[in-house]
Structures are given as C-alpha cells and as structure tokens.
Design a protein around this ligand. Structure first.
Ligand code: NAD
Length: 293
C-alpha cells in the first residue's frame, strides 16, 4: 500500500506560513492583503467555492470581498467592474469565479485582469510567464501539486511524468511545471490511443480528467507516484447528501501499486486554496514592492 500524500498536512503548513507573513505585513507596513472575488449567477458549486475562499482569507488575517452579480449581468458591466478593480490600490487580488454564464466571453474577461492582481494565474501574461519558466502568479492547482511533491521529497528531475487531461487550468500548466523541473512529460487526453499503456509508463502520473475512478490499478506502474486531481460526485445513498466525492483514480486498486498517492478528498483540492492564499499575499507584496523576509 502506497504512502498517502496528505494535502491536509501540506496545506496547513502553507497556510501557517501565509498567516505569519500576513501578520508581519500588518505590523511592519500596515497593509492587509485583500482578495476580491467576483461571482456571477447562482451556481451552487461556485457559491460554495467562493465562500470557502473568503473564509480561508479571513482565517489568514487577509480581507476578502465577494461581489455578487446576477446571472443576467452583461459583458460590458463585468468588464467595467474589472477595470475598476484593476485601478483600486486596496484590491490586491482579483478572482473571477468560473464558469461564467454562457452569454459571457470568459476569455475576454480574464484578459482584462491586471497581471499583478491575477491570483488565479489565468491571464495571457501569467500563462506566458509560466510557459517561459519566469517567476509569476502561477495557477493554484498545478502549483499545489508541485508543493505536494516537494513536501514529500519526491524527485521530479529525469522522471517520466504522464499527465492525463489538457485543460488550461490543470493539465497544460502542470505539464509545463513538471517540464521546468526536468521531468519528461507525456500529455494524454480524450483522444489518446491506448491510455492505459501510456499511463503505465509513468513514474509520476497526474490525473486531471473529471471522470470518476477511470484510472484503475492496472494503469499504474509499480512504485509510481499518483496525483489525483479529479473531484467527481458519485451517487451514494448511505450518505446524508446522497453522494460522495471520488477522484479520477480508483484509489483502492491504484494505492496497491503506487509508492505515493493523493486521496480525494484530502489531497490536491486543499492545496488549491492554500496556493490561492499564497498568491494573494505575493500579489500584495509585488504591488507594494515589499520583498519576502
Ligand atoms: P476539463 O474538463 O477542462 O478537462 C478534462 C481533460 O480530460 C480534457 O483535456 C479531456 O481531453 C480529458 N479527458 C476527458 N475524458 C477523458 C478520457 N476518457 N480519457 C482521457 N482523457 C480524458 O477538466 P479540468 O478543469 O482540468 O478538471 C479535471 C478534474 O479536476 C475535474 O474533476 C475537476 O473537478 C477537477 N479539478 C480539481 C481541482 C482541485 O483543486 N483539486 C481544480 C480544478 C479541477
């Protein structure tokens, strides 16, 4: 049975560091990092995530404002709001909760966010810097995965990494980060031939697919490291809510072969929010020209 990569422990350590640095910023510079989250419409999952981000900010000693807009909000109204937030000195991080309603153009909205305030790491500017391997506000989930690997001293250099999924928020950026750390990366997706064979070559396997438990034990090379990004609901009438959350990896069989594996929940998901906190602090420092002590 592989060792558990515990997102609770690692995210707690990241958040403790953030809280300590936030307290120092307040004491030495009288600055409180502020995250501004924009939520359009009534999607329950988005509402849940935004609430959680606000609560975590407050626990860190940071401020968080949630700007809620109705589903019917126009592109123009949201664009104006982003411009206004870009110009406000007391807004350090801008987060537009995705997905936006269908009538809106996400691409055009995200493009407008000041890269210095782009705490999700989704703007052209941040993606360009990530591609080039420059210091930047990195997207939170991929950045959290690297933190997990580093915390457990899992070597990346020279390893064969396989990333399943090529989304802009997880699959593509994590494959870049792994390449920057000198892994040899194979990217797989829904049209990949013989996924099982390719996955089974991986020293480090990252599953970011969004399909419940499709990566089975026989996709896993003996002794490999398995990072499960998926968050999927499956019906479970033994639970009060009527469902439970599982990853993209079938944990029971995969953990028999992996040397290290992330659980779902309790793995990557916790890191995403911790890295968002870190990005908000970093954005605040950059805007105020304050170096990390
Ligand atoms: P996405 O839908 O944007 O992308 C999914 C990718 O998986 C696509 O590139 C697609 O080609 C690939 N894919 C789909 N079916 C496949 C199949 N049968 N075989 C191989 N590849 C296949 O999803 P996303 O936004 O990258 O999210 C992926 C999963 O990660 C979701 O479950 C999501 O909820 C979860 N997620 C978790 C976190 C976190 O913090 N833990 C953050 C973001 C996303």
């Amino acid at each position: 049975m592989g060792e558990l990569i515990d997102g609770k422990i690692v995210s707690k350590a990241v958040k403790e560091d953030v809280a300590k640095e936030v307290a120092e910023l307040a004491e030495k510079h009288r600055i409180i990092p502020t995250l501004y989250a924009v939520l359009v419409g009534n999607d329950p999952a988005s509402q849940f995530y935004v609430k959680k981000k606000k609560k975590t900010c407050e626990k860190m000693g940071m401020e968080s404002v949630v700007h809620e807009l109705p589903e019917s909000t126009t592109q123009e109204t949201l664009e104006k709001l982003i411009a206004e937030l870009n110009s406000k000195k007391d807004v350090n991080g801008i987060l537009v909760q995705l997905p936006l309603p269908k009538h809106m153009d996400e691409y055009e909205i995200i493009k407008l966010i000041d890269p210095m305030k782009d705490v999700d790491g989704f703007t052209h500017h941040s993606i360009g810097d990530l591609y080039l391997g420059r210091d930047c506000l990195q997207p939170c989930t991929p950045s959290g995965i690297i933190r997990l690997l580093d915390h457990y001293n899992i070597p990346i250099e020279g390893k064969d990494a396989v990333v399943i999924g090529r989304s802009n928020i997880v699959g593509r950026p994590i494959s870049l980060l792994l390449q920057h750390r000198n892994a040899t990366v194979t990217m797989c997706h829904s049209r990949t031939n013989d996924l099982q064979y390719k996955a089974a070559q991986a020293d480090i396997l990252v599953a970011a697919i969004g399909r419940a438990e499709i990566v089975k034990g026989d996709y896993i090379k003996e002794g490999s490291v398995v990072i499960d990004v998926g968050i999927n609901r499956v019906e479970d009438h033994t639970k009060d809510k009527g469902y439970r959350i599982v990853g993209d990896v079938e944990f029971s069989t995969a953990s028999e072969r992996a040397s290290y594996i992330t659980p779902v929940p309790g793995g990557v998901g916790l890191m995403t929010i911790a890295c968002l906190m870190e990005n908000t602090l970093k954005a605040c420092r950059m805007q105020n020209n304050i170096q990390q002590t």
